[in-house]
Ligand binder design. Structure first.
Ligand code: IMP
Ligand code: MG
Length: 185
């Protein structure tokens, strides 16, 4: 795999800026979920770093769980509307105040589909927290209750987000110089 310096266009969101915003979100969530039964569900794998940092700053008692979904589309970045559960939750969610934690909402199909699946399991409440929102790309309307950053329609990587499964470890969100890297799609 290439060193990311070879195709990084620019650092869109630095780790300092990420941290500050995540603290703000965690503060808001802690206030809203006081006396509730907060259960954060992280969608693997992109949401892992975000959840880990977010929960460090959430001050109300809470539990976590994980799920993984894959789209029926061709290629990792194409979504056709429906998702399949690749890894299901460990715990029952009825009577829990579920907060879905996602790395990015793009077309919106993934979140819309996950929300539909989770709603059938009757959580007490169901909300969405996404670190990034590519608003311009939205194809299906989805409710977003907590949003870290609105970003332009550019492919980004780092801080959980991958290019062909690599570079999730980087502490910042960077944009790809498409002349120098073509993600396999
Ligand atoms: P949606 O179903 O179109 O909203 O797609 C959401 C999923 O696409 C995210 O969970 C990411 O895995 C992936 N994705 C969308 N945009 C990007 C990006 O810029 N970089 C990396 N992954 C992305
Ligand atoms: Mg992905």
């Amino acid at each position: 795999m290439k060193d990311y310096h070879e195709f990084l266009d620019e650092i869109l969101i630095s780790s300092d800026v990420l941290e500050k915003r995540i603290i703000e979100l965690a503060t808001e969530i802690s206030r809203d979920y006081k006396d509730k039964n907060l259960h954060a569900i992280c969608i693997l794998r992109g949401g892992v770093l975000f959840l880990a940092d977010l929960m460090r700053h959430i001050t109300v008692p809470h539990t976590i769980d994980f799920m993984a979904v894959s789209s029926y589309g061709v290629g990792a970045r194409r979504t056709t509307g429906q998702v399949r559960i690749a890894l299901d939750l460990k715990e029952d969610i009825s009577d829990r105040d579920v907060l879905l934690v996602e790395d990015i909402v793009d077309s919106g199909y993934t979140i819309a589909s996950v929300l539909e699946i989770l709603a059938t399991r009757h959580p007490k409440s169901l909300k969405v927290c996404t670190l990034l929102d590519k608003v311009e790309r939205r194809e299906v309307d989805v409710p977003i209750h907590y949003r870290g950053f609105v970003i332009p329609d550019q492919f980004v990587f780092g801080y959980g987000l991958d290019i062909d499964e690599y570079y999730r470890n980087l502490p910042f969100i960077g944009t790809v110089d498409s002349n120098r890297y073509k993600p396999q799609d």
